[in-house]
Design a protein around this ligand. Sequence first.
Ligand code: AGV
Ligand code: CA
Length: 313
Amino acid sequence: MTNQLNVYFNHDGGVDDLVSLFMLLQMDNVNVTGVSVIPADGYLEPATDASRKIIDRFGTYPVEVSKSNSRGKNPFPAAWRLHSFYVDALPVLNESGKMDAPLSAVPAHQHLIEKVRNTEGKTLLLFTGPLTDLARALDEAPDIEEKIDKLVWMGGTFERGNVEEPEHDGTAEWNVFWDPEAAYRVWQSGIQIDLVALESTNKVPLTPAVRNRWAAERRFEGVDFLGNCYAGCPPLVYSETNSTYYLWDVLTTASVGREDIVKKKTVNCIVIPDGPSQGRTVEQADGRPVQLVYDTDPEAFFTYMTDLGKKAA
Ligand code: AGV
Ligand code: CA
């Protein structure tokens, strides 16, 4: 097919990570060259199995999945990570009783290297968890840099962070905080970075209204799948709490398929690798440039998302 973007997807098994995989597989303008799973905001086994089952049930071409053997510095709360078991157990993913999507014999960072090298032309990297596997891939195979179109990453913020942990000052976003050194490493590379930060994802909370929209169209199997996935997550009703769910990764993924639903601007910034602000992204004149995704049109986004859900058969 012509005009297709080659996309390699590394995610960390949260509900919105797995929904992102589902969406990516519905995009006509995207060719998924590989998927890898890092056990950050999810557990490795259920997140990997759920990925393979989503490819089997909702994909239209074969995609190989790889498990990461990376480990982070600051673990995610178990209550959040348990969501990966819930998605993996959804009946729609288990109807066939088998898993066909191939599992790679190599760990995620090597899988990424292999897929980028073996794909004709450039590959866009989509990361919706920490950057550990990319940092390791760049250390092991610096040659891949020139074959990377850009990195689109859900991570960072220049406003209030979402980490509420002892010994931290709350200025970081979780995907940076899990492995601040990995982000620091990727910042030293020459790869173009689109940073889908909390500035834009704060505009797409999970709300009862969004849920009702999916419920009303649950006759479409893909839309029913979206509603079921998010049934395990607390919505925003009165005011934000530490467990309020946003469509962080899904907005990030949508921005790959439809660039027009987000607004970007160049920001020069650094990543703080250690100490009480570890994982914080800070604007600094001599920092490296990133394309900060700072705004979105929520209505256009939710419509795009639901339309992709309707396409899935
Ligand atoms: O910081 C957002 C990242 C996204 O990649 N993750 C969830 C998304 O997959 C961590 C996270 C922050 N707050 C959370 C998170 C919450 N309340 N529940 C689950 N995960
Ligand atoms: Ca994630």
